[in-house]
Write a protein that binds this ligand. Structure first.
Ligand code: ZN
Length: 396
């Protein structure tokens, strides 16, 4: 933390960070100065788990994918613009329908619309009938999954995403591994052979152990479900294996956070119908379990990286500050939480040579927020300016 900081940006990159006063610019060189008294300058925020395709207004995935690709691209572009305005200068999209997210990444790179830097996997690879199969990512057997990794690489994947258990889609089993261990090993091998990192959605202990064994680079959610009713049992052995492998786990606590917020708001308007009350109770229990597991995983030495699962049900694309706040509730300091959504996030997804910190030479993705987020992480929502590669967003 630098008090009275001056950040110098040159040709879209960080030139230096100084206390009090910056060295004078060479004579004749045009400079622009911005002054933000009482504010904090941070690296642009990075959300490592979003779904740009999904509106985050409560719509289920089943309903969202009824829309044609053109509409999904439009939703994604709208989400991208909102994310950037919220100071989120990089998102990693961990699953969309068909090639829609690649189209979005391309359109943004051509300058059509504003949005964060997008890293995309395309379709998450899933077993036949598995979690999010509607996106088009079904593949089975060792040869089948290798072919799917290659197909996504051909379409433009930056990394590979695998659904190693079921999830919150109809008729999938979150409490059981989806792929066999041999398929997971083929997935990791093929992805690495093609120079791509690989991450897995895991909601049960067995799947966690298997993806560690298969050599995956990261785990999403890291849940410990044991039954269809949402019960979880923390498994210290699985946590220890993750810690030992040094694989970061993406937190996604905001999903529960937003879900509870929504149902609390409904409750405030009047008594909930029994069906809604059941959903509310179930999410309350799962959220408490998730927070407890967050603490225990951390105690076991697991590294948590920030990701919201934005788009999923009520999770807003601007949800990263809430995610960081929940990570702090789970035992991180405010600074650790901010690092989990900036520098550590960049390192986890392999772009720390470009963004994530304000080191000289890095691309100038910068956000300015009101007040001191170390005193109150909610300050991260008071965005005063967003800069992408040295360009002030909204200024074009
Ligand atoms: Zn997700």
């Amino acid at each position: 933390m630098i008090e009275n900081a001056v950040l110098v940006i040159e040709d879209g990159r960080i030139a230096g960070c100084f206390q009090g006063e910056a060295p004078a610019a060479p004579a004749g060189e045009p400079t622009t100065a911005f002054d933000f008294p009482g504010c904090t300058i941070l690296p642009g925020l990075i959300d490592t788990h979003v779904h740009l395709n999904l509106p985050g207004d409560g719509l289920s995935l089943e309903d969202a994918v009824r829309e044609d690709d053109g509409v999904l691209v439009a939703i994604s572009m709208a989400n991208a613009a909102r994310a950037l305005r919220a100071g989120i200068t990089t998102v990693r999209d961990v699953g969309g329908a068909r090639n829609t997210v690649f189209h979005v990444r391309r359109a943004l790179s051509l300058g059509y619309g504003e949005g964060p830097r997008v890293l995309a996997c395309g379709q998450p690879i899933t077993i036949t009938g598995g979690h999010t199969w509607y996106f088009g990512g079904e593949a089975d057997g060792e040869e089948g999954v290798r072919h799917k990794v290659r197909t996504m690489a051909k379409a433009g994947s930056d990394f590979t995403k695998v659904m190693a258990t079921g999830g919150g889609t109809l008729n999938t089993m979150s409490w059981l591994p989806s792929f066999r261990l041999s398929e997971l090993m083929a997935l990791a091998d093929e992805s690495h052979r093609l120079g791509r990192r690989i991450t897995a959605h895991c909601l049960c202990a067995q799947a966690i152990e298997w993806v560690v064994q298969a050599g995956f680079d990261q785990i999403e959610h890291g849940g410990f479900l044991v039954a269809a009713d949402g019960r979880q049992e923390f498994d210290p052995r699985a946590a220890e294996k993750v810690a030992k492998a040094g694989i970061p786990v993406t937190s996604t606590l905001a999903v529960g956070g937003y879900m509870l917020k929504e149902y609390r708001a409904r409750q405030a308007r009047g008594p909930l119908p029994p069906q809604d009350q059941r959903i509310f109770d179930r999410w309350q229990r799962m959220f408490d379990d998730n927070l407890e597991q967050f603490r225990r995983m951390r105690e076991a030495g697991v590294t948590w990286v920030a990701g919201t699962d934005a788009g999923w049900r009520f999770t807003a694309i601007e949800g990263l500050p809430l995610e960081l706040e929940l990570m702090r509730e789970g035992g991180l300091s405010a600074m650790e939480a901010i690092v989990a959504g900036t520098g550590l996030a960049a390192r986890t997804i392999g772009i720390d040579d470009k963004v994530g910190t304000l080191k000289p030479g890095r691309i100038a993705d910068v956000v300015v927020v009101g007040g001191d987020p170390l005193a109150d992480l909610a300050r991260l929502t008071e965005v005063r300016m967003v800069m992408q590669a040295g360009r002030v967003c909204g200024s074009r």
